[in-house]
Ligand binder design. Sequence first.
Ligand code: ADP
Ligand SMILES: O=C(O)[C@@H](O)C(=O)COP(=O)(O)O
Length: 419
Amino acid sequence: MLLGAIADDFTGASDLANTLAKGGMATTQFVGVPTGSERYDCEAGVVSLKTRSIAPDEAVRQSLAAVDWLEAQGCEQFLFKYCSTFDSTPQGNIGPVAEALLERTGAGMAAVCPAFPATGRRLFMGHLFVGDRLLSESGMENHPLTPMTDPDIRRWLRRQTKGEVGSVALDVVRAGPQALAEAFEARRKEGCRLVVADAVDDEDLKILGKALAGLRLITGGSGIALGLPANFRDAGLLSGARSSGAVAAGPVVALCGSCSAASQRQVAAHLSSHPGLALDPEAVMSGTMTADKAASWVMEQHTDFIPIVYSTVNPAAVARAQRELGREKLAAGIEALFADLACRLADAGFRRIVVGGGETSGAVVEALGLSSMVVGDEIDPGVPALVAERDGALGLALKSGNFGADDFFAKAAGLIGRP
Ligand SMILES: Nc1ncnc2c1ncn2[C@@H]1O[C@H](COP(=O)(O)OP(=O)(O)O)[C@@H](O)[C@H]1O
Ligand SMILES: O=C(O)[C@@H](O)C(=O)COP(=O)(O)O
């Protein structure tokens, strides 16, 4: 393993794994920190954690366990992947985890860059934009767990860190890899251990990647990885072999626990020509709707029609249900139903599962007891086809709430395996 990454959620891990695989690295996504002494022969390993919204101390503990394991696998460069909208609170977890990783890896300084231009996330003068809006006016200011009320990533990160935060502006990035590497070194000498770098398009990210060659630690969204495979290729370290998992073959189901604007559009588009079962939160919490009932409904459908089970509703309905049933309890109840449903269907012979939502994906993949997934072709920007081993090949797609075109569910079903 050459490059070891730690991602703070499962769909984010999948997003990063997609970038690395597209760049030509044989990539494996791990479910949590693997136990045991097995050595994996992939070129990039991405450990998926669920640390974005937990207590900072626990996020640090899990991230350090991940970096120790990756180092034991032979990695010499490490990447901490967080959300392209920098999802975090004034307490963390990006700053505390990044500082702990700096310490553990012995890195003198690490770049910070959430930019992901393909999905409209751009960083200019330290300010993060989503499309043509500042982050704090993009809807992310209303995020239920990590409201992003300040678009200045330098200022936001400074609130989370003990050490100084520096920055390099776009003109320095565009001066090229050499000048940029010198600017990073200058910031390090000034005492900055985390340095926020602007990036507006993919070329900027490729320059960044080149400037970061050989550094022990990098942090960012998946965009920061765009230029990294070329460093390993130029050093003659890549085999050029495509990761080839077995092909999943069998019935398919889609599960969506994401309520994002993109997921609402995708579920509505899917329902116009495919069967769907809506999970009513009250029915889930009272036990009127169970995984057993949902599984029976799925099994009654013709799987060629890609049935979808979803809890997706608009923000007003989410707020109402959270008020009445309790936000955390409800989230956990719905996640548990999806997790149980996925297991029942996989046990019943379903071989392809498309999941919408980061927390939902984490719950499903953990319940399925998968340990790793081989990363295949891209379905839509940021979402690859995955194949895992569970009594034979199991095809998966883990979609970040905000990602994917309107026809995502049908398209993914066709790309993660065959009937
Ligand atoms: N109808 C609903 N009302 C309230 N909460 C819901 C509803 N449907 C899903 N949830 C919860 O909302 C959260 C959605 O998060 P997630 O799966 O990460 O999606 P996203 O990637 O869009 O953030 C999950 O914890 C899920 O259980
Ligand atoms: O960087 C991104 O935007 C994604 O990779 C990501 O982390 C998405 O998180 P969720 O929207 O919570 O799925």
